[in-house]
Structures are given as C-alpha cells and as structure tokens.
Write a protein that binds this ligand. Structure first.
Ligand code: GTP
Ligand code: MG
Length: 300
C-alpha cells in the first residue's frame, strides 16, 4: 500500500505519571502492568496499534527517577536509550505539576538533545481545574516546539484517538513490521511474570514489593480429566531478605494465596483458559546489584 505509514514511538516520563496506563488504553489490551507505586515498569515494553493506514509501535519505558541500585540505573538507561531509536517521542507529564520539576527537566533536556519530533501529553486531567492546564501548556511550550500538546485521562482512554491521529501525521511511509494479530513483543511467560509482580506490588507496601522479581519456571498447556484446556504455571517470587519473604507469604500463607488468586484470575482472562498457578517464595540477597539478573532488564 502506497500511503501506509509506520514507526516507533517511545512513551517517556517520570515514574507513576501513567505511561503504562496510557499504553494499555492505546492498545486496548493489558500489555503493561500498572500500580499506584513508583518504578512499576522495569523494561521497555512494545505494544502495537494497527490502524487503517498505519501501524504504530509504542514502547513503554521505566519511569525516570533517582536510581539507588544497579537495577534502577539499568531502568533509566533503558528509558533514555529508547529516545535514540524512535521516530516520535510521547512525553507524558502529570497535570498536577505546578512547574517543571527536576525529573521532567532531565527528560526535556534529553528530548532537546535528540531534536526529535515530540508530543507533550498532560495526563490525569481529572485531578485539576482547566486554568492550571493552560498554565502548564504555556510553561512547556516555551521549552520545546512540540508537534502537539494533548490533555489526557489515560484511565478513561480519553483523547487517545487524538493522540494516534497526531502521531500518524508525523510518521513517514513504511511497512507493517508486525502481523496485525500481534499486540506485544512479550512472551506469555513474561506477561505472566509481570502480572504476578503487579499483584504483589498492589497488595504489599513499603520497600518489599520493589525488591521482588518473578520467574516463571513452567508454563504449559494441557487438558484436565474432563478434557478442558488448562495452563499449568509454576512461578517463584524472589525477594531481597528473609524478613520480606515472611511478609510475602503472610500469616498462614494468606498473602501469597491472595497474590496467587488475583494473578490467576488475570492470567485466565489473558489466556482464555483455566489456569492452575503454583507459587513459591525465595530469598535472593542483593539481586538488584547482580549483573546476571539486572541485564535481563536492559534494552533488547
Ligand atoms: N487520576 C488519574 N490517575 C491515573 C491516570 N492515569 C494513570 N493513573 C494512575 O497513576 C498510577 C500510575 O500508573 P502507571 O501507568 O503504573 O504509571 P507509570 O508511569 O507507568 O509508572 P512507572 O512504570 O512506575 O514509571 C496508577 O495508579 C494509575 O491508575 C489518569 O488519567 N487519572
Ligand atoms: Mg509503567
């Protein structure tokens, strides 16, 4: 097709501004986990939007924050690294900001350095009054020539079509890189690991959930005695300390049971079959400093 356009778009922003929520809204599938906690996303996650005349490949990135571990450093590297590789940058900020904070300034500088086409998306407009929005638009417009500035409520998917239209305008002619039935580059295993981590992030507090990573050891489709399809999934949740392990398991194993139940329900939705999920909890001290593990989170 002669008029067909395609390209790569990176979604960057501070941690917790709603990047993953926006990505999921754009794609209409749960591709990236979301939580009201900082540093939820750890890797660059691709998701594909197919439109009549275009294919847009979005890259959700880890939120920009002040790194305290090797893992944190790898996450920032991944996020900024995508800026070099993409055709368009979607810079997501929070509508509640009063001015350009440190993190947003850092991102702005990277965008300026790249000189790339960028769209400013102001998310969580449900939390503010209109006047504030105009003020924010004016502050940011002085900083960079954004191709568009779009107010957004990612939780409701409001204005996502406008964003897609604006991106499409910028894209150049190109082929469809992915089949139209594909919507992410993540494997089933990775999606399962992330869903389990999401439940832990949501159910646990303080530093415990941030020190977790999940590994799916087994994921196989089989049939029950009644010949119904079922997935057997076995996963281990690794935490930083033995004391954390106790918290993840909980009194009488109740916390782990809760994490498992919520994760299973989401997995069943995602896979469209019944799921039998078994989880274990183990301690792996200082894994956030181990190259062998941290490298997994680096840009592919
Ligand atoms: N009120 C409101 N909350 C939102 C909106 N969009 C996202 N959120 C909430 O913001 C929180 C963070 O959302 P995420 O999508 O996980 O944020 P993120 O930018 O991907 O975070 P990191 O992966 O840590 O960088 C969640 O609790 C979302 O429900 C919105 O439009 N309005
Ligand atoms: Mg995220």
């Amino acid at each position: 097709m002669e008029n067909f356009k395609s390209g790569f778009v990176s979604i960057v922003g501070r941690t917790n501004v709603g990047k993953s929520t926006l990505l999921n809204s754009l794609v209409g599938e749960k591709v990236a986990i979301m939580a009201n906690k900082p540093q939820t996303t750890r890797t660059a996650i691709r998701a594909i939007v197919n439109r009549e005349n275009s294919q847009i490949i979005f890259i959700d990135t880890p939120g920009i924050h002040k790194p305290k571990t090797k893992l944190g450093e790898a996450m920032i590297e991944t996020a900024f690294g995508t800026i070099q590789d993409v055709d368009v940058i979607v810079f997501l900020i929070e509508a509640t900001s009063e001015e350009i904070g440190k993190g947003d300034r850092l991102i702005l500088d990277k965008i300026k350095e790249s000189g790339k086409k960028a769209i400013l998306v102001i998310n969580k407009i449900d939390l503010i009054k209109r006047e504030k929005l105009l003020n924010l638009i004016s502050i940011y417009s002085k900083e960079y020539e954004f191709s568009a500035v779009i107010p957004m409520q990612a939780t409701k998917g409001k204005n996502t079509e406008i964003l897609l239209d604006e991106i499409e305008k910028i894209l150049k002619p190109g082929p469809a890189y992915y089949d139209i039935d594909e919507y992410t580059d993540q494997t089933g295993r990775q999606l399962a690991e992330e869903l389990i981590r999401e439940k832990a992030l949501r159910l646990l507090n303080d530093e415990v959930p941030h020190g977790l990573f999940v590994e799916v050891e087994k994921m196989e489709e089989t049939v029950t005695n009644k010949k119904e399809p079922i997935y057997n999934i076995e996963a281990t949740i690794y935490c930083l300390r033995d004391s954390h392990k106790g918290i993840v398991i909980g009194k009488n194993g109740e916390m782990l049971k809760k994490i498992g139940t919520y994760a299973r329900k989401d997995l069943e939705k995602m896979l469209g079959t019944k799921v039998n999920l078994k989880t274990w909890v183990k301690t792996k001290k200082d894994w956030q400093e181990m190259d062998s593990i941290v490298n997994k989170f680096k840009n592919k």
